[in-house]
Design a protein. Structure first.
Length: 256
């Protein structure tokens, strides 16, 4: 590494999700006990059109069977136990709503809001409602400059941008795209991309930086992966282990 160590933003993936049940208030609170720069979380829509913080397509992991979360109203979702699957210590933890999370953390940290788009299952109308509710929440809490909207669907981000062009959109990628063409055309409206660290290359980061776009990477939970991310000059590192990440970065800084 260079003598001067450039430290990217350090982001807690679904909160402190290595030690706490992901996407819960306790996981977010634990992450913010450290000096992380932000928290990342997933949002999708209940049957009665309330945006809630949950990653999986089905509620199987929280005891609701192999049924999509969109089959359940908010009252049914919040009657489920979002913590017991992780351990008895977390029995009784609830799935928070987007409003609860924005209200609790607005102004305290940057928020990385991933809009879940289960593509083959999505209804266009419900997708649009979710997007609109996310945008409304961001605007309500004046988070336009303190949040990012992430999604694996470029179409979703295009809709976000068409409604709220001042919001910062980040495309999630699991593999490298066709670089030059897509960066200059399909990706021109984006604030950047977030790509799986195992597929990331320095040349990819450099290309986006040349276009004044950011590159985030996930999920960085080991020393080797973190150091590779820093060497690639990424703008943010996303990790399940924020406390460990902070301490490891401090250790690296001590060598420079």
């Amino acid at each position: 590494m260079d003598d001067v160590l450039k430290i990217p933003k350090l982001i807690a993936h679904r909160g402190a999700s290595y030690d706490f049940p992901e996407n819960t208030i306790c996981a977010f609170d634990e992450a913010l006990k450290t000096s992380v720069d932000g928290i990342e979380f997933d949002v999708q829509l209940t049957h009665d059109q309330v945006p809630v913080i949950f990653h999986d397509y089905t509620v199987h992991r929280i005891g609701g069977g192999r049924h999509p979360i969109s089959n359940f109203d908010l009252s049914q979702i919040q009657a489920m136990d979002a913590g017991i699957w992780f351990g008895n210590t977390f029995h009784g933890k609830k799935i928070p709503t987007l409003g609860e999370v924005l209200s609790r953390y607005a102004g305290k940290t940057e928020l990385f809001i991933e809009v879940k788009d289960h593509e083959k299952f999505s209804e266009h109308k419900r997708r649009t409602i979710l997007i609109q509710k996310v945008i409304e929440g961001v605007r309500q809490f004046n988070l336009e400059h303190n949040s990012f909207i992430l999604c694996f669907s470029l179409d979703v981000l295009r809709i976000v941008h068409s409604i709220a062009p001042n919001l910062r959109c980040i495309l999630n990628l699991s593999r490298l795209p066709r670089l030059t063409f897509q960066v200059k055309n399909d990706y021109s409206f984006l604030s950047g991309v977030c790509i799986r660290m195992t597929t990331l290359k320095p040349s990819f980061v450099e290309l986006f930086h040349q276009n004044n776009q950011k590159v985030f990477t996930y999920t960085c939970n080991t020393p080797q992966i973190v150091e590779q991310a820093i060497q690639c000059n990424v703008d943010a590192i996303i990790s399940d282990k924020p406390s460990w990440l902070i301490h490891y970065i401090q250790k690296l800084k001590g060598f420079h």
